[in-house]
Ligand binder design. Structure first.
Ligand code: GLU
Length: 419
């Protein structure tokens, strides 16, 4: 079925449901099972007042969606962003279920979001919003129920505040309620780099499969947050040539290669645009560059029916959640572009979150080398399983990844007598 550009939906929830349908058809899943997977089990919508620095009181809105808890507690980040919507959070919680499934974690998917713009808030305001949101959802989450983590514009410090609020409310130190915390209060070594690190492991495996050398492979990275920034560093350390990067304000491009360290310094002190006017490029242009590797590491719906045709990368590794629409997926597949789907490419983050949670429950902490070794093994095994299943069913990596996850979730629902 072809969908015209005019018909293409950019609603992430509808997109996630279309993706479930595609995998369910190949698995010949009964309709009631597909229907369970197409809807989150529980959704909480909250509204809470916070006193701002100027003395005024602002009312914030936030959400937490728990998609499926057949395999274990739900797990997934909380994003702070002005454009957060309920449908987006629902979709992100579905993607978390499939992400945990594809890398074999004993979790279902969850996700949260608060409509706010941390870029315009003071540290005090950010702390009060973080604590108030955790207070509003405290009954809904817990180390054995639903475990949040960082996501877009949320940081280890925010996780620290949220863990503190939850611990105060429950009257005991509860590090297992949230992951991505600062190391000193139960964070895991390697968690900060985990999303990018996992993504790089899959990129290196995909380069090998395509017979492309790592040394000198060109890469463009859209988004310079936790995932994009660290992916740029790790890819460059692996021997790739980073030719373009961007953040929400715009990007820079140099075919001869960029100085990744300098860009990091500029991001911290001023703006990456200060790298030089002559290198300036838009986010849209960056996506269409002739590179070996394209890493969308920002938000949803950046590769759509509108630009898919113009994408020239050989490998797309989705460090972001939901960057590619189903219609774009079809175009990219027809062009022979390998898309390492979000549920696999960025699963390193939640994998090390799982390690963090396990360490919290055991009160026993691992070395960075131990964490990285376990991460690499898990990412490569998962990549190989997805690649092989895709080849077997002559389908794309996303559909194969969903098939693996859906099979696991369906088996758990059956074992529990839900279906
Ligand atoms: N927000 C990250 C994601 O989308 C991490 C989730 C987690 O660590 O629970 O995968």
């Amino acid at each position: 079925m072809t969908v015209s550009i005019a018909e293409e939906t950019l609603n992430p929830y509808k997109i996630a449901q279309q993706q479930v349908d595609a995998a369910a058809a190949l698995l010949q899943l009964p309709e009631h099972v597909t229907n369970i997977l197409k809807h989150p089990k529980r959704v909480l919508s909250v509204s809470f007042p916070v006193r701002m620095d100027d003395g005024s009181i602002r009312v914030f809105e936030g959400y937490r969606s728990q998609h499926n808890d057949a395999i274990g507690p739900t797990k997934g980040g909380i994003r702070f962003h002005p454009e957060v919507t309920l449908d987006e959070v629902k979709a992100l919680s579905m993607w978390m279920s499939f992400k945990c499934g594809v890398v074999g974690l004993p979790y279902g998917g969850g996700k949260g979001g608060v409509i706010c713009d941390p870029r315009t808030m003071s540290k005090g305001e950010l702390e009060r919003v973080s604590r108030a949101f955790m207070e509003a959802i405290a009954d809904f989450v817990g180390p054995d129920k639903d475990i949040p983590a960082p996501d877009v514009y949320t940081t280890p410090q925010i996780m620290g505040w949220m863990m503190d609020t939850y611990s105060r409310l429950s009257g005991k130190f509860s590090p297992g309620v949230i992951t991505g915390k600062p190391l000193i209060v139960g964070g895991s070594k390697g968690r900060n780099e985990a999303t990018a690190q996992g993504c790089v492991y899959t990129i290196l495996a995909a380069l090998k499969d395509k017979g492309l050398p790592v040394e000198g492979a060109t890469a463009a990275i859209q988004g310079f947050g936790n995932a994009g920034r660290i992916a740029a560093r790790l890819l460059s350390e692996a021997g790739c040539k980073i030719v373009a990067v961007s953040d929400s304000k715009g990007g820079i491009y140099n075919a001869a290669g960029l100085d990744v360290e300098l860009i990091g310094q500029l991001k911290d002190t001023a703006s990456i645009a200060d790298y030089g006017k002559q290198y300036s490029i838009s986010n849209e242009q960056l996506l269409e560059l002739d590179v070996d590797i394209l890493v969308p590491a920002a938000l949803e719906n950046v590769i759509t029916a509108v630009n898919a045709d113009r994408i020239q990368a050989k490998i797309i590794a989705e460090a972001a959640n939901g960057p590619t629409t189903p219609e774009a997926d079809r175009v990219l597949a027809a062009k022979g572009i390998t898309v390492i789907p979000d549920v696999l490419a960025n699963a390193g983050g939640v994998t090390v979150s799982y390690f963090e949670w396990v360490q919290n429950l055991m009160h026993y902490y691992w070395s960075e080398a131990e964490v990285l070794e376990k991460l690499e093994t898990n990412m490569i095994q998962s990549y190989v399983a997805v690649r092989d299943l895709a080849a077997e069913h002559k389908t794309d990596l996303r559909t194969a990844a969903y098939m693996i996850s859906i099979k696991r979730i369906a088996a758990a629902m059956e074992a529990r007598g839900w279906i």
